[in-house]
Design a binder for this molecule. Structure first.
Ligand code: ADP
Length: 519
């Protein structure tokens, strides 16, 4: 049957071969297994249900929340010679009846429906008369309340499935790969682990670079001078920051456009079009820019501030290099960048469980900013990708020729301070104690009596905090959040405290400085 699928790929779509992730998924679906496929946007999910639909005898129902795209999707399928149609609220009663009737007669291979249809019992009843081979659920994360795009009507999908007469195969697709969302989808749709496939997240042509502790504006100015000819996007956290950075770059005589939700529709449209048609090379924007923009030759994406989580980062950074040519994704990190996303979570009205989840995702991207290991493998591991190479030779950590330095002594001091403060205080307090601060808060808690008080008084607070953050990123300290974030020891850190394990770090500037002072 896989051969037949390959023939269809060539015959209808004109492609010579499946991408590796697609082949595994399609093979599994053709074995009639319920299947969950997780692939990034642009990874080629549609073919994973469209080709099996051609192989099966009956109709494949596709549930998709993207009503505005449905007509275009169906038009292009029909152009390819794949008989398909859709049912959503844009149609009148007569049209819906007609399309159901034609589906019943087997005149379509694919029937796209909007999830809202599932709340209509009359519609569900009519589906019973159709020979349905498979139900494909696009944007399947909408079924999970953990997902960023929860749709209550997706919850009716299991009801739809139970209602259908001939036990169709269930397939689900999403680009969201967090564990909670996957778990929710698999449970609600009854898809087992061995039928879940995560792939295609790697973008080998993208170079990941992390820059800490440098003057961001100077860096951007220098970078743009060297890369004048290329198209690029610079993301900043707020509208104000976009405006300030744009003004700065204009003053430096760069031709830049700005884009954020506070500008008029007309202004945004013009900037976007100029960028797409290469009349404008540089865009400074908030995260409002980029949705639905399919510009293939973006050579770099610079983040002036750390985004709120790795999903957001990878999606925005991933706008670089769609044409497969080498492109750069640069994140400029300053610890102060953590404040804004943290503030948004603090202020949000999310349920406590969801809030905790958002803090965890924020911590994960902070860890990304401090790790000295391969940045690509960090991202791929985050997304659950199955085959990971530990070193990519194409990120700033793998290409960092700084020497590996031994920070065991510093780590022992810090970990022992976490222990002495009874794993009940946050990063700032641990740093204050180590530095020997005379703050009221420290003295009032008698932390000045601890044996670790002042044992790192030859470091600046920022340097101690950086070291703590490195230990967090490398799994020696865990930050848990009860009322406020608290430092905790881990299994790994016990080994360091017992002198059974050393801690190494691929030195960046700041850490090297610390070491020199120690010598
Ligand atoms: P997704 O739904 O995952 O965002 P699409 O299904 O829209 O992605 O596919 C993204 C692009 O990749 C489309 O232009 C599609 O035609 C192309 N594509 C998909 N599969 C293949 C393949 N096997 N070979 C070449 N191009 C492919």
């Amino acid at each position: 049957m896989l051969n037949q699928a390959k023939n269809y790929l060539e015959e209808y779509f004109g492609y010579d071969s499946f991408r590796p992730g697609q082949e595994r998924i399609i093979k599994n679906i053709l074995k009639k297994e319920n299947t969950l496929g997780i692939m990034p946007t642009g990874g080629g999910k549609s073919i994973c249900f469209q080709i099996p639909a051609l192989c099966f005898s009956g109709v494949t129902i596709v549930i998709s929340p993207l009503i505005s795209l449905m007509k275009d999707q169906i038009d292009s399928l029909n152009t390819l010679g794949i008989p398909s149609t859709f049912i959503n609220s844009s149609l009148d009663w007569m049209e819906i009846e007609e399309r159901i009737e034609m589906s019943r007669r087997g005149e379509y291979k694919l029937l796209y429906i909007a999830p809202e249809r599932l709340n209509n019992d009359d519609f569900l009843w009519k589906l019973k008369a159709i020979d349905i081979s498979a139900v494909a659920i696009d944007e399947a994360h909408c079924i999970s309340s953990w997902g960023h795009d929860f749709r209550p009507s997706y919850r009716s999908i299991p009801k739809l499935i139970n209602n259908l007469s001939n036990n169709p195969i269930i397939t689900a697709f999403t680009a969201t790969a967090t564990t909670e969302v996957i778990k929710d989808i698999s449970e609600l749709l009854d898809i087992s682990d061995q039928n879940t496939f995560i792939s295609g997240f790697d973008r080998p042509n993208l170079t990941f670079t992390l820059i800490r502790g440098e003057n961001k504006r100077d860096f951007i100015e220098e970078y743009l001078k060297v890369n004048q000819e290329d198209s690029g996007i610079i993301y900043a956290a707020t509208r104000k920051e976009v405006e300030n950075l744009t003004a700065f770059l204009k003053k430096k005589k760069f031709k830049v456009g700005q884009y954020h939700a506070g500008l008029s529709h007309q202004e945004r449209k013009e900037t976007q079009e100029k960028f797409i048609y290469d009349e404008l090379k540089i865009i400074v924007a908030t995260n409002a820019f980029g949705m639905g923009i399919d510009k293939s030759n973006v050579r770099y994406v610079i983040h002036h501030n750390m985004p709120k989580n790795l999903e957001a980062y990878y999606q925005e950074a991933g706008r670089a290099g769609r044409d497969g040519e080498p492109s750069e994704c640069i994140l400029l990190f300053n610890p102060a960048d953590v404040r804004l996303p943290k503030f948004f979570i603090d202020q949000s009205k999310l349920a406590p469980k969801l809030k905790k989840h958002e803090y965890k995702k924020l911590q994960d991207i902070i860890d990304y900013c401090y790790t000295s290991k391969c940045l690509r493998s960090f991202i791929l591991r985050y997304f659950g990708e199955e085959e990971i190479v530990e070193s990519c030779d194409n990120c700033s950590n793998c290409n960092n020729d700084n020497e590996v330095i031994d920070i065991t002594i510093e780590a022992q001091k810090i970990l022992s301070c976490v222990y002495k403060t009874e794993q009940k205080v946050g990063v700032s307090t641990v740093a204050d104690v180590l530095r020997g601060s005379k703050k009221k808060k420290i003295l009032k808690s008698n932390f000045n009596q601890l044996s670790t008080y002042g044992i790192m008084d030859n470091y600046k607070i920022k340097e101690i905090k950086d070291l703590i953050n490195i230990l967090v990123a490398e799994g020696y300290i865990r930050i848990t959040k009860s009322k406020y974030p608290v430092t905790k020891l881990t299994k790994k850190s016990i080994k360091v405290l017992n002198k059974e394990e050393k801690v190494y770090h691929k030195g960046r500037k700041e850490i090297k400085k610390i070491n020199l002072r120690n010598e």
